[in-house]
Design a protein around this ligand. Structure first.
Ligand code: B12
Ligand code: SF4
Ligand code: SF4
Length: 310
């Protein structure tokens, strides 16, 4: 049986996704050319995994034989909250205040797949959020869910940029969306506000300078050149999104119960440096903070404490 756009939209709504769009599963020639330029300049820093599976990132039929469409989903995680400004604490970026979104979205994607198979048991599906060899942002843009902002996050006219992206590759055909217009215009607020100069050009981020990468993905030391430039961030960074005028205009509170928790909005630096492995596991096993590991969090806390001593 054929599955229509409306059938899929209904499933997405029942699973409380905020955005849904459809794209044709074509090769990503231009975007992968840009990805290769990005890699050749070393802008992936130590994220070696970005160099792997380029052929899959370029062509989703290498992931799912016979793929015809890509469904892009968005889940709003915005929750209002204030940092204390106390230098004894490190700020955690908004996406990591509560439960790890991977767990939340993987569960939804499993249900999504079950619902699609109820409509047509023959349908072939491969679903990803963040971790697969799939260019989530490119598909969100192609599927009409937003435009790529100069800060390199996708911005939606409905909810700003505070949303996670999930990508479903399928052998079903759908009516594709018309991509949204880039509304960045002459604005450069994100480039001007980035304290480490990580937005090296409009739409281009050098991860070796980005606080998000340096505090989460990075396994090495934080270079001394960034001392005093971290603006109190211990895990991730939201500056370029906080200053974006479209987030002020379109951003709205998440309806997802899973993202209501703000337990980890900021962390006491002294507590982090004293934490044991078992305490860390107990505290952060279901949080995105687990990704940085205890060693990384201790490094980040020490770096901030030393920065504060200028
Ligand atoms: C690697 C990665 C990172 C790296 C690199 C970030 C980056 N800009 O790529 C680091 C660790 C720094 C990072 C940080 C963050 N990340 Co991240 N990350 C990813 C990941 C795994 C891959 C992204 C990727 O392919 N990068 C490769 C480069 C080449 O891509 P790009 O920057 O988009 O490059 C494009 C532009 O440069 C463009 N381009 C170049 N020149 C020009 C010129 C013009 C005119 C135009 C229009 C475009 C253009 O072409 C390139 C290819 O399309 C995705 C998940 C996934 N599987 O896709 C999540 C993802 C992008 N991250 C996400 C999030 C939430 C974050 C953070 C907000 C977390 C935080 N608060 O700390 C920050 C945001 C930092 C920032 N300003 O982007 C979300 C973004 C959601 C959204 N609404 O866009 C994603 C999609 C995860 C998810 N599934 O929800 N991340
Ligand atoms: S996340 Fe922070 S460090 Fe990275 S580009 Fe945005 S403002 Fe700069
Ligand atoms: S701050 Fe301005 S330039 Fe940057 S993404 Fe937002 S609108 Fe675009």
């Amino acid at each position: 049986m054929l599955i229509s756009n409306e059938d899929v939209i209904k499933i997405a709504k029942s699973l409380e996704f905020d955005l849904i769009g459809f794209a044709v599963a074509e090769p990503l020639d231009e975007e992968v050319r840009r990805l290769k330029t990005w890699l050749s300049k070393g802008y992936n820093h130590a994220m070696d995994y970005m160099e792997r599976n380029i052929e899959k990132r370029e062509d989703v039929t290498k992931i799912l034989d016979g793929a015809k469409s890509v469904i892009s989903l968005g889940l709003n995680y915005y929750k209002n909250g204030e940092y204390s400004g106390d230098p004894a604490f490190g700020k955690v970026s908004r996406y990591a205040w509560g439960t790890d979104y991977h767990f939340v979205i993987w569960k939804k994607l499993e249900e999504f797949s079950e619902e699609l198979k109820k409509l047509n048991p023959e349908v072939q599906i491969a679903s990803y959020v963040d971790t697969g060899p799939v260019m989530d942002k490119v598909w969100a843009v192609r599927a009409g869910n937003g435009w790529l902002g100069k800060h390199t996050n996708v911005i939606s006219r409905e909810i700003g940029s505070w949303f996670f992206i999930a990508t479903i590759i399928t052998d079903m055909e759908f009516e594709p969306a018309i991509p949204q217009t880039d509304l960045c215009g002459s604005c450069t607020a994100c480039l001007d506000a980035c304290p480490t100069g990580a937005l090296v050009e409009e739409y281009v981020l050098d991860a070796s300078k980005c606080i998000s990468n340096l505090t989460i993905e990075n396994r090495g030391e934080i270079p001394a050149e960034f001392k005093g430039k971290f603006d109190g961030w211990i895990f991730g960074c939201d500056i370029c999104q906080d200053v974006c005028p479209w987030n002020n205009k379109f951003g709205r509170e998440t309806a997802s119960a899973e993202f209501q928790d703000s337990t980890n909005i900021e962390l006491n630096l002294e507590d982090v440096t004293q934490m044991t492995n078992s305490e860390f596991r107990k505290e952060y096993i279901s949080s995105p903070i687990n990704r940085a590991r205890l060693k990384g969090m201790k490094r980040n806390a020490e770096f901030l404490r030393n920065s504060n001593k200028v």
